[in-house]
Structures are given as structure tokens and as C-alpha cells.
Design a protein. Structure first.
Length: 197
């Protein structure tokens, strides 16, 4: 499970991270303290759950964040006054809940199948990838690191990161296992060990 905690107040952010780790095994938790940082983190990481506080500072519109977080479950944290009217998010939690209530609500949230809330999308075709993205895909599933891929393709590591992120979104790949399964189904593996050509 991959989580982004977009909360300005450090103690609330830290508390949320601790409760989540107590309840659920996580691959990683990244944080943001402004809306701009939130968008940046969403572009850099694949996220399953986004916790965003209603008072998060920044000029970015919530709809922009929602678009960047496509595919993630978004939970808005709100204060004592309740959830803001007109919020684009479906899930909410009050920061004023007791610890027991936090545990109960987060346990329910993580055990719910959220796939029915997402629009059905047909499986993306490899033809949706650019030629360069297909090259990056092939190198990744053959075990090449970011640096090795960048060296082979004579581009920067950042460019490889961007291509991998784009591939993940286009093909809806969340884990390394997803990449390997997709490569197997597409017949990407040749019988030669890496480095022997």
C-alpha cells in the first residue's frame, strides 16, 4: 500500500502516519505540507491512498489534485466544523476523532473494496506506449536499474523516471510483479540472460 499524507500540521501528519502503520503494512508513506507539494508527490509516486487536510495551504485547486490522484482513494481530513461544502472528495475523517475511532474508521476504509468507485477502464494496450516508453519498459523488466537504463538510452535518470511513471499510469501497473506479469503476457522475455547478445 502506497500512501501520501498531505497535511500541513506536523503533529497531525505524524499521528496519521503512525496510526496507518499500526493498522496496515505499507510499501511507503510520502508526505506533503502544501497543495503544490501534493501535486509534485502525485507526479513522482504511485499512490493508493491520499489523505489531504482541508486546510492544506497552497494555490492549487482541489480538482487539480483530484485529477493528479486518478486511481487513488482520496480521504479529506477536516476539523471540528465538519467537511467543507462542495468538496470533490467522497471520503472524510475528522481530526477530532478519538484514537479508537481513528483505528476503527481506518480499518474499515482499508478493508473496503474501492474498485467499484473507479470508472471501468479497458486494459491498456502496449500500442498506447511510445517507442521510447516501450524501450524503457523492456529494460526495466529485464532488470536494468534507472542509471543503467539511462546509460543505455543516453538520456538522464530523470527522463527514465518520467517514462516509468507514464508507463505505470498508462498500463495501470502498481507493483514490480505487475510489470513482470505484463511483460510475460506480451512475450517480452527472450531466453538470453541479461548482458549476453
Amino acid at each position: 500500500m502506497r500512501i501520501l499524507a498531505a497535511v500541513h500540521h506536523e503533529l497531525v501528519r505524524y499521528g496519521l502516519m503512525q496510526v496507518v502503520r499500526d493498522i496496515q503494512e505499507t510499501d511507503y508513506i510520502v508526505t506533503a505540507s502544501t497543495k503544490e507539494e501534493t501535486v509534485d508527490m502525485l507526479r513522482r509516486y504511485t499512490i493508493d491512498y491520499l489523505f489531504i487536510h482541508e486546510d492544506l495551504p497552497g494555490a492549487v485547486r482541489l480538482e487539480t489534485i483530484q485529477k493528479e490522484a486518478a486511481g487513488a482513494v482520496i480521504i479529506q481530513l477536516h476539523g471540528a466544523k465538519g467537511m467543507s461544502a462542495g468538496t470533490p472528495f467522497r471520503e472524510s475523517l475528522s481530526e477530532w476523532l478519538s484514537l479508537d475511532d481513528w483505528y476503527r474508521m481506518l480499518t474499515d476504509l482499508f478493508s473496503t473494496d474501492h474498485s467499484s468507485r473507479l470508472p471501468l477502464q479497458p486494459e491498456a494496450d502496449m500500442e498506447d506506449l511510445t517507442r521510447r516508453e516501450e524501450e524503457v519498459f523492456r529494460l526495466k523488466v529485464q532488470g536494468y536499474s534507472l542509471k543503467e537504463s539511462a546509460r543505455v538510452l543516453q538520456v538522464s535518470v530523470k527522463t527514465i523516471e518520467n517514462h516509468r511513471r507514464s508507463i505505470s499510469k498508462k498500463l495501470m501497473l502498481k507493483t514490480n510483479r505487475d510489470w513482470i506479469k505484463r511483460a510475460e503476457s506480451e512475450g517480452f522475455f527472450d531466453k538470453q540472460p541479461r548482458g549476453e547478445e
